[in-house]
Design a protein around this ligand. Structure first.
Ligand SMILES: Nc1ncnc2c1ncn2[C@@H]1O[C@H](COP(=O)(O)OP(=O)(O)OP(=O)(O)O)[C@@H](O)[C@H]1O
Length: 251
């Protein structure tokens, strides 16, 4: 583990009411400590996980649309608006690694195809063929298996997006191998990935963001309740919906 802490430089912020400084998790955060090789960010949609992860990627010098230090490509890099307002503390400093954003993976695959026109051997790092010739989930796993091996820091934003539950379990093994020589920070909604043992989970729904036990996350509790008693759960959910509609205002 080498990234020890991220600190928000509140003293530099001049427009606290604007994005990203007005996001509650960011507004109330002084610093986050990284104590383990695997750290998860969990929280509702819009709670600020990607905002912070992107800012960390920016400070690492990774392309903020996804990729490593050497992957500069046309896809407009998102501005990582928080990037200049955080400070990272390292021991030791690492420069190697990868930032994965599921939503910009398509652009990344194009970029690799372009490189391959001149250097076909680039595919060796991505399962031997174009990422576009593999299914969404296959291409993710090809990237994880082939490119994620070296020591460094891996910042992953919802890596489960394309993976079936069985492949998420395969991915857990990849995480397990990788964390022996690398640090991973993963924003996720997957109750399977979150179950990885010996990880810290930071809850972005809390103000300030704090550690949470796996079993206390909404993701675990909601999934568990659903799976344990699906019929009852659905009846409540759907009937509530009908009652709301019946009692609702006519449009
Ligand atoms: N470029 C932007 N300009 C203004 N607001 C933004 C911008 N990007 C994100 N936001 C807002 O900031 C908040 C945090 O967004 P962020 O993407 O960090 O959430 P998240 O926790 O990663 O969500 P998800 O789980 O849905 O990916 C949201 O309310 C979002 O609408």
């Amino acid at each position: 583990m080498s990234l020890r802490e991220v600190r928000i430089l509140h003293e530099k912020i001049t427009s606290p009411n604007r994005y990203p400084f007005n996001v509650p998790s960011i507004r109330t955060m002084d610093s986050l400590e990284f104590r383990r090789n695997v750290t998860f960010f969990v929280g509702e949609n819009g709670s600020g996980k990607s905002t912070l992860l992107e800012a960390i990627a920016y400070q690492c010098g990774f392309h903020t649309a996804g990729g490593g230090r050497n992957n500069y490509y046309e896809l407009a890099s998102s501005e990582a608006m928080l990037g200049d307002y955080i400070r990272l503390s390292w021991l030791p400093k690492v420069t190697n690694g990868f930032f994965l954003r599921s939503e910009s993976f398509f652009g990344f695959a194009n970029h690799i195809d372009e490189i391959a026109r001149e250097y076909p051997s680039v595919y060796d790092s991505y399962g031997g063929r174009s990422l576009h010739e593999q299914s969404h989930g296959e291409s993710f796993l090809a990237l994880f298996r082939n490119r994620f091996g070296r020591p460094g820091i891996y910042l992953l934003d919802e890596p489960e997006a394309a993976l079936s539950p069985a492949r998420q379990l395969v991915f857990l093994r990849i995480i397990h191998e990788l964390q022996r020589r690398a640090q991973l920070i993963i924003a996720t909604h997957s109750p399977i990935l979150l179950g990885y043992p010996d990880a810290d989970i930071y809850n972005f729904d809390a103000s300030p963001v704090g550690l949470i036990r796996y079993e206390d996350t909404d993701h675990y509790q909601t999934t568990r309740r659903f799976l344990e008693n699906r019929k009852f759960y659905l009846r409540e959910l759907l009937e509530e919906d009908e009652e709301e509609r019946e009692g609702g205002v006519d449009r």
